[in-house]
Write a protein that binds this ligand. Structure first.
Ligand SMILES: Cc1ncc(C[n+]2csc(CCOP(=O)(O)OP(=O)(O)O)c2C)c(N)n1
Ligand SMILES: [Mg+2]
Length: 337
């Protein structure tokens, strides 16, 4: 697939400075380390509930969220949401505790992996409903438009989610309301076991943008800089009243649909080939050291920092108590008074 749908002639973004590059790498490495640890913890029987891992897709969350603010920008995630949450700044230890079902979790241990939300960070929530995020983002983007504060709503969804009626209706609504919204379709090639090559009518998610009269682009999700550029243009367009954008990010998931998936529908060497040839972290390291923007020592020290953070997050989560029966009826209703 080619990047044929760039609809603007906007000037390219400046290259991120060293601090921004370090921050992007820290996000991606933290997500990878977090996910690899969860893979082990789930196999060891430590995690209640379902877990869908984001490993392999890190450049998408990091490249998009690099352009977002805490205060005015909101994000709606998916069932595969850990990467989006970390990239949007949700506390990593509170996330781990949530996934372990502990009272110290970001949702007091009552949401788990698929319902992590942190409104203070503009994270409207991971979401067990495929295609559940785009309608939420129409509401959030409309609110930002009415407030006039330049805020942007971002919805992540998968190739499967791109075929949901809710997503298509949201693209239409965002177009006719000219909303400051960015729709990010993470095309990892599968919806559970169904290949995107079969299920995406027309073959291109990004091409659907043209039908709604909005900007659309398809980018290589193994390249942080490709995502960063497309997302930066989309967020700038949204902030300046230019309306919504649909970005398709082509990427790979390294683990099963859910933890425990035998993945019999994938070629035996499919993931190994993706890991060795198209890994976004490996590629980022090569790009920034090749351009002499960061050193290997700087990158390695972030690897160590992420490992320590995830180690501490797991030991603190395991030591924390679960919610009690008395917590059952708290956090159920919100009072707006
Ligand atoms: C409305 C709805 N239909 C079906 C499901 C079951 N389901 C959970 S994940 C999934 C596949 C989603 O695929 P995709 O959108 O490509 O996301 P990915 O898992 O690849 O990240 C399905 C069908 C659901 N959770 N919600
Ligand atoms: Mg998918």
């Amino acid at each position: 697939m080619t990047d044929v749908l760039r609809t603007t002639e906007a000037a390219r973004l400046p290259r991120p400075d060293a601090a921004a590059l370090l921050s992007a790498y820290r996000t991606m490495r933290t997500v990878r380390t977090f996910e690899e640890r969860l893979h082990e913890a789930f196999a060891a029987g430590e995690i209640p509930g379902f877990v869908h891992l984001y490993a392999g897709q890190e450049a998408s969350a990091a490249g998009v969220c690099a352009h977002l603010d805490d205060a005015r920008d909101v994000l709606a995630s998916t069932h595969r949401g850990h990467g989006h949450c970390i990239a949007k700044g949700v506390d990593v230890k509170a996330m781990m505790a949530e996934i372990y079902g502990r009272a110290s979790g970001v949702c007091h241990g009552k949401g788990g992996s698929m319902h992590i939300a942190d409104l203070g960070r503009g994270m409207l929530g991971a979401n067990g409903i495929v295609g559940g995020g785009p309608p939420l983002i129409c509401g959030a983007a409309l609110a930002a438009k009415v407030r006039g504060d330049g805020g942007v709503g971002v919805a992540f969804f998968g190739d499967g989610g791109s075929n949901q009626g809710t997503t298509l209706e949201s693209l239409n609504l965002a177009s006719v309301w000219h909303l400051p919204a960015v729709f990010v379709a993470e095309n990892n090639g599968y919806a559970e076991t169904t290949a995107a090559g079969w299920s995406v009518g027309g073959g291109s998610i990004a091409a659907r943008a043209a039908a709604f009269g909005i900007a659309g682009e398809s980018v290589d999700g193994s390249d942080f800089f490709a995502v960063y550029e497309a997302a930066g243009q989309a967020v700038a367009r949204a902030r300046s009243g230019g309306g919504p954008t649909l970005i398709e990010v082509r990427l790979e998931r390294y683990y099963g649909h859910f933890e425990g998936d035998a993945q019999t529908y994938r070629a035996p060497d499919e993931v190994a080939r993706a890991r060795s040839g198209r890994d976004c972290l490996t590629r980022f390291r090569q790009q920034v050291t090749g351009a002499r923007e960061l050193t290997l020592e700087q990158l390695d020290s972030i690897d160590a920092e992420a490992a320590r953070l995830v180690d501490d997050a797991v030991s603190e989560a395991m030591a924390a108590p679960p919610p009690t029966a008395a917590d059952l009826e708290t956090d159920v209703y919100v009072s707006y008074r």
